[in-house]
Design a protein around this ligand. Structure first.
Ligand SMILES: Nc1ncnc2c1ncn2[C@@H]1O[C@H](COP(=O)(O)OP(=O)(O)OP(=O)(O)O)[C@@H](O)[C@H]1O
Length: 657
């Protein structure tokens, strides 16, 4: 018999699920995956049979569970009594079926209380964070330090042996540990691109939680619910074994085992069916939980690791660069001033973007280029307040249409979706797999236009049409996994445009697409700018994209802006050796048979930046002066700047070439 101890964390938290492409609505995929596990199916069938037998006991059994008949007492299995009779001649199978009502109902009560408390509190704590999260964590610590079994016994004493009171107490106390599990699951989900994409389209938190976060956490919830039910069944039967709960002659599983134990020498058979049903029910619930956990883990593996690992080398202490105030337009749409971003908490956060200043004019397409790790994406994400966990703006400001939005959560929220929209390089992960494309666009249209469902649907179709999609109606009805990468990127752009943003930040929007589709998407972005006057920030590695699409370009290196110029000027005559090196190694300009030049060495990682020019170690023009101290940005011609003190040598080489 299981001793009555409270279930705490029933195993490792299951990985959060995000269904993968299976050709079916993802809501069905967890069930279908479970049905492919024979042990999981067997466990599910056993649980269902036990529940049905308990519910329909009066219909299924011809015997009265309380009717005694001493003439047939202590009998083994027979045609009349399939599992035999007990010490007073009552049919054992009938009593087991009726007894299941009390035990299974008790488990259901505790489960309900546990879920009602822990799911919403865990999800809200992870999503809202801040003071609420801290308060929740403190309460969890306090509740988990309370000796649960004493409180359960006390509640039985206070409420006159009421099993309902005991089960409510167990559910409430166990909810502390499960709140922690669900909180962790949602913390991981918060980083998922489709949740971030929902945030960036300006959807309210309530909607994001119920439509996009809760359905994805269902795998974790189901796993924990099954494992908790298995543990609670042990407690419930343990309590009835100890004569808590309904008094004899009412049948209870624990009470029947106690009766069997009293006659273990004279009638050992009675122990087999009465103890057996508890063992089978507990095993089935446990196996069901295990199968669900396997299924959710497999789904997570299939979709790959969702978020980037945090790197934490030490940051070198450096004096701040003197960045000149530069404005290309009198009234820029977006003004970013000395933006500095760091990751990691504690006393030594790691700076990854360092004093970046730039504007975006109205109707302008601004490119941001640089090698991997130079800080392009972090700059773009910080602009719209979407830095992941551990990332924060540690200096500088971001202003949109003259209003400072950095450090002002309400202003940032108001601007997202309708002022600034964001699209990432992986369109498929930016779409919630649980909903059709149409539903997701309509949701954003309705949020911003506050219009009827029919009007929102019309506008969603119009948006899909304007994305030059071949069969917009079909795409509207499709789930994200049913469309190609190119179509998905158009859908993501349509969704981003649903709020009529004035600025679109496109982070490598064509990287995951094949060359033809890349060209189509870029031409689509250019014509959107021409037709709507929308500004665009285009983060890219590709000089071809810059040449064809952008008006002006920033070159970033090791967290800094190292050159900024109009595209023609930059491509024609770079004024930083890094830009020149990047252009020389561009495969677009290479001729067949030529060996493509590369820049020797690697970008120094955050935390290892030198005090002087960060490119000096890789620069063919560097002199000792380059490494003597921080290099400030300087004018390098009309409306262009460069962070290089060797511009003269660069120009000389250019003239000689
Ligand atoms: N979540 C994070 N935690 C810690 N460091 C991070 C995180 N995200 C980015 N970084 C670091 O910030 C620096 C800049 O990264 P970022 O993604 O902005 O570079 P990038 O120029 O956009 O590169 P890529 O072209 O490969 O996307 C890198 O050194 C990166 O390791």
């Amino acid at each position: 018999m299981t001793s009555p101890t409270l279930p705490v964390l029933a195993g490792e938290p299951a990985p959060v699920t995000r269904p993968v492409s299976t050709g079916r609505p993802p809501s069905a995929s967890l069930t279908r995956a479970l049905l492919r596990k024979p042990l999981g199916v067997a466990a599910l069938v056993v649980v269902l049979l036990l529940v049905l037998a308990a519910i329909f006991a009066p219909l299924l059994s011809p015997w009265d569970p309380l009717a005694q008949d001493p003439s047939v007492a202590r009998q083994g299995p027979s045609a009349l009594h399939w599992l035999g009779t007990d010490l007073l001649g009552r049919d054992l199978l009938t009593r087991i079926m009726y007894g299941g009502r009390d035990s299974l109902l008790g488990v259901a009560e505790a489960l309900l209380v546990m879920l009602v408390i822990s799911v919403p509190v865990g999800i809200l704590a992870a999503y809202i964070r801040g003071a609420f999260d801290r308060a929740v964590l403190s309460v969890i610590d306090i509740v988990m330090s309370i000796p649960a079994i004493l409180i359960t016994l006390a509640s039985l004493a206070i409420f006159n042996n009421s099993m309902l009171a005991a089960m409510i107490t167990i559910g409430a106390l166990a909810s502390a540990a499960f709140t922690r599990v669900f909180r962790s699951a949602v913390l991981a989900l918060r980083q998922e691109p489709f949740v971030q994409a929902a945030v960036v389209t300006g959807l309210p938190t309530r909607l994001i939680l119920f439509r996009h976060v809760l359905p994805q956490a269902r795998g974790t919830i189901l796993v924990q619910a099954s494992l908790f039910a298995a543990a609670t069944l042990g407690i419930q039967t343990g309590l009835s074994f100890l004569a808590f709960g309904p008094p004899p002659p009412a049948p209870t599983w624990g009470g029947m085992v106690a009766e069997a134990a009293s006659a273990i020498q004279s009638f050992p058979w009675m122990f087999v069916p009465t103890g057996g049903v508890i063992v089978i029910a507990t095993l089935a619930l446990g196996l069901l939980g295990d199968a669900l956990r396997d299924v959710t883990a497999e789904q997570v593996q299939q979709r790959g690791a969702p978020t980037r690992a945090v790197r934490a080398p030490r940051d070198a202490a450096r004096p701040a660069d003197a960045v000149e105030a530069r404005r290309h337009a009198a009234d820029p749409l977006l003004a970013v001033d000395e933006l500095t971003v760091a990751f990691g908490g504690g006393r030594e956060p790691l700076t990854v973007v360092d004093g970046v200043t730039f504007d975006v004019g109205r109707g302008e397409i601004l490119g941001i280029v640089g090698e991997s790790g130079s800080g392009k994406t972090v700059t773009a994400l910080a602009t719209i307040g979407l830095l992941g966990r551990g990332g924060r703006v540690t200096g500088g400001t971001v202003s949109f249409e003259g209003q400072t939005i950095s450090g002002d959560a309400a202003a940032m929220k108001a601007v997202r979706g309708s002022g600034i929209a964001y699209i990432s390089q992986e369109p498929l992960v930016a779409l919630d797999p649980s909903f059709t494309v149409g539903f997701q666009i309509v949701e954003v249209v309705r949020r911003h236009d506050r219009t009827s469902r029919a009007d929102a649907r019309r506008r969603a179709i119009e948006l899909l049409v304007s994305m030059r999609l071949p069969d917009p109606e079909r795409v509207f009805r499709s789930y994200p996994h049913q469309i190609s990468g190119g179509m998905a990127q158009r859908v993501v752009i349509a969704k981003a445009l649903a709020g009529r943003p004035r600025l679109l930040i496109a982070d490598e929007p064509t990287t995951a697409l094949d060359v033809t589709v890349q060209a189509e998407i870029l031409s689509l972005l250019s014509s959107l700018r021409d037709e709507t006057g929308m500004s665009i920030i285009l983060v890219t590695h590709d000089w071809g994209v810059v040449a064809e699409t952008c008006d002006r370009t920033l070159v970033m290196y090791a967290g800094q802006l190292v050159e900024e110029a109009g595209v023609d000027a930059l491509l024609g005559a770079p004024r930083h050796p890094y830009t020149r090196g990047l252009l020389a190694s561009d495969p677009h300009g290479a001729r067949r048979g030529d060996i493509l030049p590369t820049i020797g060495g690697v970008v120094p990682p955050p935390g290892s930046w030198p005090d002087g020019c960060r490119f000096a170690a890789r620069c063919p023009l560097s002199t000792p002066e380059c490494s003597s101290g921080p290099i400030a940005l300087r004018e390098a011609g009309a409306e262009r700047v460069s962070r290089c003190i060797r511009i003269g040598a660069l120009v000389d080489e250019e003239v000689r070439a």
